[in-house]
Design a protein around this ligand. Sequence first.
Ligand code: UFG
Length: 339
Amino acid sequence: MGRKKIVVTGGAGYIGSHVAIALWQAGYEPIIIDNFSNSEHRIIDGIKSITGQDVVLHEGDCADQDFLIKVFEKEGVVVGAMHFAAFKAVGESFDKPLEYYHNNIGSLIFLIKAMQESQCRNLVFSSSATVYGEPDELPVTELSPQKLALSPYGNTKQICEKIIEDAAKSGMPLKSIALRYFNPIGAHPSALIGELPLGMPNNLVPVITQTAAGIREKLTVFGNDYDTPDKTCVRDYIDIMDLAEAHVDTLVYLERIKEDNCFDAINVGTGQGHSVAEVLEAFQRINNVKVNFVIGKRRFGDIAKLYANVKKAELVLGWKAKYTIEESLKNAWKWQLAL
Ligand code: UFG
């Protein structure tokens, strides 16, 4: 029997590419859709090298309904879809809100419609801890009240989750789980794939690796006057390999459950908070490399602390993070050197 096909939108992106490999290794066949707006073909080559297989790739835009429908028609029986194709830069979303709403919300609706036409029922949605806004209590659980999202990007994730929930409630055959990622870091241990930030990276770890590599002169630590033990912001950094495994476990779970329609959301983090200063120290120590940094002002929209309660992932999916932050930072550096 052939492998079960899983559509992976944004499969050439940072998270999608690692998930495509995890799917292959779990016995599925990833069908990648990507428009390469925030990736490069070398990532596809990396996936091929790691799996030792050719990759099915449909190059195109998920905000194009006809294109998506044609992909599903061409592929025949598709068991599930994982939706990563979206804009993801928090800061940019303030400058280009319409593009963010159009792309992130439009592509989800088109994907669900294409899935329905081809009787594909299982959807794993790439969501974010940003849906919690600034929570009152930590660690944040899936039942924590959703506050105002802090950016147009965050709004799109809240709205997309709601759209999936309403679609499932309407009775259409759709089983879906939104995985709410905390802060994904690291790279595949082979250093054949990893994050490829185009231009100035937004996230902490790519800025650290680029500074260590001499691409950037220094890292600015955004604020050291927060209400945290060392006064820098605390986040829950989850390794990309662990995150990829969580997607496979979610798919297996969706395939197993009996309901025809359902929606749920699950946190994917480690449950541990690490400060910016701790990440910086761990990176330098584990890789034996120096990172120039200065203390700067707070970044607009940052909250002091955010980390996950991850009991639901363990209970429902049987999934738990395995990588230490040191391992993740080691792999991130290895990837930067490979670049
Ligand atoms: N930081 C710096 N200097 C930098 C970059 C980041 O000090 O140059 C700090 C930030 O102030 C923050 C921490 O590093 O305290 C992490 O920042 P990131 O930008 O890496 O991550 P965020 O927590 O801001 O954002 C992440 C995801 C978003 C998501 C959000 C949800 O990137 O997609 O978590 O909480 F919306």
